[in-house]
Write a protein that binds this ligand. Structure first.
Ligand SMILES: O=C(O)CCC(=O)C(=O)O
Length: 283
């Protein structure tokens, strides 16, 4: 069996599966054909999860002291006491995250999904405090910046067990094609689409160290946390191909500007050449 070893931060992490891949062929096919996949095993070992969980929990805890534009709340503002704290670009506030071996594993998972080199574009940390009625609204990530319409793989790393009761991810399979839908503002910083039929949703519980992956056109959301413990995740969005830091910096600025300008306004689904359901990822 061929295994690959990555050297990160002075420590080696084995990312071995036959052929050097972390995703099984069935998991990779699900990502390509349905727009998401769930890895229901701790692909990131417990000690590495614990290291990242400490860093992320600390960021979320001290969010009141972080720059205001780094801290969002994705909850529906009308539900009293409900909140979904989010720290965006967590890696810039806590650079040790990128040096972690957990990061190397997430990058490898994205490479497996997209079939080649990838570049990290964005990351965020999302917490769901215990006994919290807030659900993350159904949305497509592309709605947050329709200009950045590239093939992507978002790795959602569970830092606690993610169950149906504490708000694990849920997806609507794409059947290979999903146009950008109309979205409306949701709560203070979220977006939601009402153009969906929830009965097709697939609920994706994963243990701590497990992951889900989706592309930025896949419809997804997550439910409330009705349990006694928090639900925590570190989420990394990779774009296909190698891109320069300069390019990504410019991109980040554009996203921040366009999001700042659009905050509170609906996103209209653009018309696409080739029909409303044309899949930009397939020719
Ligand atoms: O963690 C969640 O509740 C939602 C995550 C999400 O929507 C995303 O990563 O795009």
């Amino acid at each position: 069996m061929e295994t690959r070893t990555k050297q990160m931060n002075g420590g080696a992490v084995s990312v071995g599966r036959p052929g050097g891949h972390l995703l099984t062929e069935a998991e990779r096919r699900s990502f390509v054909e349905r727009g998401f996949t769930a890895v229901e095993r701790p692909v990131v070992p417990a000690a590495l999860v614990a290291e990242v969980r400490t860093l992320i929990a600390d960021l979320l805890e001290r969010r009141a002291s972080l720059p205001a534009d780094s801290v969002h709340d994705l909850a529906d503002g009308r539900v009293e006491g409900a909140m979904i704290p989010e720290v965006i670009n967590a890696r810039l506030l806590e650079p040790r995250l990128l040096g972690s071996s957990a990061y190397a594993i997430c990058e490898q998972l994205a490479m497996d999904a997209l079939g080649g080199k990838v570049t990290l574009d964005f990351d965020h940390a999302i917490g769901k405090p215990p006994h919290n009625a807030a659900a993350t609204a159904w949305h497509q990530d592309l709605a947050f910046n329709p200009l950045a319409d590239w093939p992507t793989a978002t790795v959602w790393l569970a830092l606690t067990d993610a169950t149906e009761d504490n708000g694990c991810m849920r997806y609507i399979p794409t059947n290979g094609s999903r146009r950008l839908l109309s979205h409306e503002p949701f709560g203070r910083d979220g977006l939601r689409t009402l153009e969906l039929s929830e009965d097709q949703a697939v609920v994706c519980p994963v243990p701590a160290g497990g992951v889900t992956l989706h592309n930025q056109r896949t419809l997804h959301g997550s439910g409330p946390n009705t349990t006694d413990g928090p639900r925590l995740a570190w989420i990394l969005k990779f774009v296909a191909g190698g891109r320069s830091t300069q390019f990504l910096r410019a991109q980040r600025k554009r996203v921040q500007e366009s999001w700042g300008a659009r905050r509170g306004h609906p996103i209209e689904a653009p018309r696409r050449a080739g029909g409303a359901d044309a899949d930009p990822y397939r020719g």
